[in-house]
Ligand binder design. Structure first.
Ligand code: SF4
Ligand code: SF4
Length: 494
């Protein structure tokens, strides 16, 4: 993990922000923020929440856009169905995703956590806002929790937890609909409960887990449980863009006298500038020499932090890059008429040297690997056969001699139609003397379904030269060759 040298003690290194020194959970009461980043974050959260909640119910051309049916081992991702036979694609896709996350984290730190992770979005944009709406701002919430159990407190707590449970129920049901699909979920909620004990138990279990996460666990998920947060210490370096405090400009911190503010700025008035996303991105500019740094030690950045840390201590594993402290500090800088961006998205190198962000060898290497993986994945997806066929010799069977002088082998066949149209299917054998005879005829496979049947392959005994004859079976749809399967034909020794 990147740390920076500031004139503060390192108490924060040995103590969790949400734990008392003598042990026990220290409940956090983050102050609400407003500002440029909060507005954008809210807009992004609304879009993502709508997408997340609508996901399982959006169907295109008669099939869902997303399905993660672990029970039936059927997965649909952006309308493309993946079967267990596509495991290699899922594995390569996962590796590609991990490299993408690694590259993204190396460049932008943990910004996904603060802006796009469902845990943060639900916690900060839904549950925390409901809490503020019912119990009041951060100070009122603190007072309410510390105070005795009055009728007002009981009413507020009951209303809050009832709403929390209701929203957790909605999230739990959405989660379930992603797993079992829209239609099965509809059956589950409209049929008699006695016919769906397993489904209803799962529904209540998911609701309970989400309720526990958002009502009690909260920031512990991000700071302690989520493995992605732990990975930061190995992924970030001093070139990564993270939410960072400009200690060069901010220190020594302390209250500034009005005369000093006037002297620094040449005015006493306020002026609203757009937030500085990366102040070092433009040419280095000298800052006025001040006896004190720009940080007035108001601790607003600490009060708004949902994980309870002080970003002025440097980059910490608990920081989810939510940018709330950037808004809070920008507001303070605006009020004291100092340039915004004392806390901003920047790298340690950027803060120390005021140099713009540059791509490093590490970033280029990850980018190269990612591009290569994307090319492989794209190629495999593009050439994935529409029909996936498995032909196996029937277990426990060798061969049978038929009355017409032919030898027969029995095979089981499974055909998966990975498309959304019915596919006519026929089989062609490589051996010119081989014949194919179905036990149950198979002419077409229905869309998105797996069809099983059995067939005999027969060869004239006179055409058999060895006990184990290799055979190739072509699988055609119309006249198009879709797939090829290699198998063996067992016959008598000659
Ligand atoms: S909000 Fe800005 S000025 Fe206030 S303590 Fe934090 S860094 Fe310093
Ligand atoms: S330090 Fe700032 S960006 Fe990091 S979690 Fe706290 S408020 Fe969010």
């Amino acid at each position: 993990m990147v740390t920076q040298q500031t004139p503060v003690d390192d108490y924060f290194r040995s103590h969790l922000p949400n734990q008392y020194e003598q042990g026990g959970r220290k409940w956090l009461y983050p102050r609400a923020t407003s500002g440029w980043y909060t507005r954008w974050r809210t807009a992004v959260a609304i879009v993502l929440l709508l997408a997340l909640l609508a996901g399982p119910f959006v169907w295109v051309d008669g099939h869902p856009l997303f399905l993660f049916n672990i029970l039936e081992r059927r997965f649909i991702f952006f309308g493309v169905t993946f079967w267990p036979q596509d495991f290699y694609l899922v594995a390569i896709g996962l590796i590609t995703f991990i490299v993408f996350v690694t590259l993204f984290t190396v460049v932008y730190g943990r910004v996904f956590c603060g802006w796009a992770c469902p845990q943060t979005i639900f916690m900060e944009m839904v549950f925390r806002r409901i809490e503020s709406w019912i119990e009041g701002d951060f100070k009122a919430r603190q007072r309410l929790d510390a105070g005795p159990w009055t009728a007002e407190k009981m009413l507020k707590k009951t209303a809050k937890h009832a709403l929390f449970f209701l929203i957790s129920f909605v999230i739990g049901n959405t989660f379930l609909a992603y797993i079992i699909g829209r239609d099965q979920w509809l059956t589950l909620i409209t049929d008699r409960p006695s016919q769906h004990w397993a489904g209803l138990t799962a529904m209540l279990a998911f609701t309970g887990v989400f309720y526990a996460v958002f009502a009690y666990l909260r920031e512990i998920v991000c700071t302690t449980i989520c493995p992605y947060g732990r990975l930061q210490s190995v992924l970030l370096d001093k070139h990564s863009l993270v939410v960072a405090y400009d200690y060069v400009r901010g220190e020594p911190r302390g209250k500034k006298q009005r005369e000093q503010i006037t002297q620094d700025t040449g005015s006493g008035g306020g002026r609203l500038e757009p937030p500085v996303v990366a102040a070092h991105a433009s040419a280095p500019r000298p800052l006025p020499q001040t006896p004190k740094g720009d940080c007035v030690d108001c601790k607003l950045c600490v009060q708004v932090c949902p994980t309870g840390i002080d970003i002025r201590n440097g980059t910490q594993m608990e920081c989810i890059n939510c940018t709330a402290c950037m808004d809070a500090c920008d507001e303070v800088m605006h009020r004291i008429d100092r340039p915004q961006g004392l806390i901003r998205m920047d790298s340690l190198t950027g803060i120390e040297t005021r140099e713009p962000f540059r791509s490093t060898t590490r970033i280029k290497a990850y980018s190269g690997v990612l591009l290569a993986l994307l090319a492989v994945l794209g190629g495999l997806l593009g050439t994935r056969p529409a029909l996936d066929t498995t032909v196996l010799r029937a277990p426990g069977q060798l061969f049978q001699r038929e009355a017409n002088g032919r030898v027969a082998n029995l095979y089981s066949v499974e055909v998966i139609n990975k498309t959304y149209q019915p596919m006519p299917v026929r089989f062609r054998l490589s051996h010119p003397a081989a014949r194919l005879r179905f036990v149950q005829p198979l002419a077409a496979v229905r869309p998105g379904e797996l069809t099983k049947t059995m067939f005999f392959i027969t060869l004239p005994e006179t055409a058999i030269r060895q006990s184990n004859t290799p055979l190739t079976i072509d699988i055609l749809s119309g006249n198009t060759l879709i797939d090829q399967v290699e198998t063996n034909f067992l016959g008598p020794e000659h």
